[in-house]
Design a protein around this ligand. Structure first.
Ligand code: PLP
Length: 389
């Protein structure tokens, strides 16, 4: 049966390619291969493959310039950057964070022996609700770890006010917020540190990769020691560091990606507008619109399905799409607070996180990437409409 089905698909594929093609939630953009090969030739000649080589140095400088931030420290991936961000500020005890995120946010706390204290989210931004932070602060609280989910900026002013009153540090998981600005200022300068990811599924990718953004040169220096085992020179180890370094091949790719990222984002925006135009007003399906004063980066296209009004559950839509080779994702379901290693902590109780639980049960991220064709968009939109009551 399976055999037959795949043969069928292949035959149809030959006749009308776009109708049966797999559509994944994302498809990474890459620069022209010839340009990357040129970089590789330089790399082969130099034999300097890692340890702050010339690609690494150039990428750090150009990335900081592009983002409009002071200092960037590159990492092998976003998770190592998160782990190191918590280390460099010596965060311990309890940290207030959002359960509506990718696993790495919460795991980074756990790996630092920090207790995550889950805070419910705001129903409109889907970010940690600043009005609920104060009631979660205890004598053990040392920091707040919010996430700019889907690149939507947190209420950074309100979070800073609370952090200042209680003497807390703020580290933003900005893995979705590459290039996001508020009133033309980078969101990445908010708080003490911001962490980026350049994983293959992110809008700006170096295959794997990440960074910490800071406004403080002293802190950047310490981060750079920590990501290199704590070495401050050949013989001095000043802290128990880790190997978090980005290699030269990743940095070379990053340098090339910087030339194209504006085009990638512009193209993503176009697709997002197309979805909105065709899905807006559909009963039981909520969209997210642009926020005032924000320069968005369109990393995901989440929709929220209320079963009663829409006439089908979120999971029914997910499966209907799958049946037509369209692979949407339930980002972020389940909540990290529901993971077995966190769910027994008091703050993880669903009754403390009512909004996050509802949103998580309704969310579906539709395919969004720069070269998604209109014919594919139409196929996705039609399937969703067909599933509605
Ligand atoms: C991708 C992601 C991470 C982890 O980044 P990696 O580079 O994959 O290690 C952390 N937090 C969020 C919100 C992410 O989306």
């Amino acid at each position: 049966m399976e055999q037959l089905k795949s043969v069928d698909t292949k035959t149809v594929k030959d006749v009308q390619p776009p109708m049966q093609e797999d559509i994944f939630v994302t498809r990474p953009e890459l620069p022209p291969l010839a340009d990357f090969v040129k970089s590789l030739e330089t790399l082969w000649d130099s034999r300097l493959l890692t340890n702050n080589g010339s690609f690494h140095q150039a990428f750090e400088t150009e990335l900081a310039e592009y983002l409009g931030v002071k200092y960037v420290s590159l990492f092998a991936n976003g998770t190592l950057a998160l782990l190191t961000a918590l280390q460099v500020l010596r965060i311990n005890g309890e940290v207030i964070t959002t359960p509506y995120t990718f696993a790495a946010t919460t795991h980074a706390l756990h790996w630092n022996q920090i207790t995550p204290v889950f805070c419910d989210i705001d129903p409109w931004t889907l970010n940690l609700d600043p009005n609920r932070i104060e009631s979660l602060i205890t004598p053990r609280t040392t920091a707040i770890l919010p996430v700019h989910i889907y690149g939507i900026p947190c209420d950074v002013a309100k979070i800073e006010d609370i952090a200042d009153v209680y003497g807390l540090k703020v580290i933003y998981d900005a893995c979705h917020a590459f290039g996001v600005k508020v009133k033309n200022e980078s969101i990445l300068t908010a708080g003490d540190l911001s962490v980026l990811s350049f994983h293959a599924t992110k809008i700006f990718t170096t295959m794997e990769g990440g960074a910490i953004v800071t406004n403080d040169l002293k802190v950047k220096k310490r981060i750079d020691y920590l990501k290199n085992f704590g070495f401050s020179n050949e013989v001095h180890v000043i802290a128990p560091g880790i190997n978090g370094k980005m290699n030269e091949m990743q940095a070379a790719l990053g340098l090339l990606q910087l030339k194209y990222i504006d085009g990638y984002i512009a193209s993503r925006r176009q697709k997002a507008m197309y979805y909105r135009e065709h899905l807006r007003g559909l009963r039981g399906l909520r969209l997210m619109e642009d926020f005032p004063d924000v320069t968005h980066n369109y990393p995901y296209f989440p929709v929220f399905i209320s079963q009663d009004e829409f006439g089908a559950s979120r999971d029914a839509v997910y499966h209907a799409l799958r049946d037509r080779n369209i692979y949407s994702r339930r980002y972020f379901y389940p909540l990290t607070s529901a993971f077995p290693m966190y769910r027994n902590s008091p703050s993880a109780a669903p009754e403390n996180l009512p909004i996050a639980n509802v949103i998580s049960s309704q969310v579906l991220c539709l395919p969004l990437f720069p070269d998604l064709h209109e014919i594919q968009l139409d196929r996705i939109i039609r399937t969703i409409k067909d599933t509605a009551k």
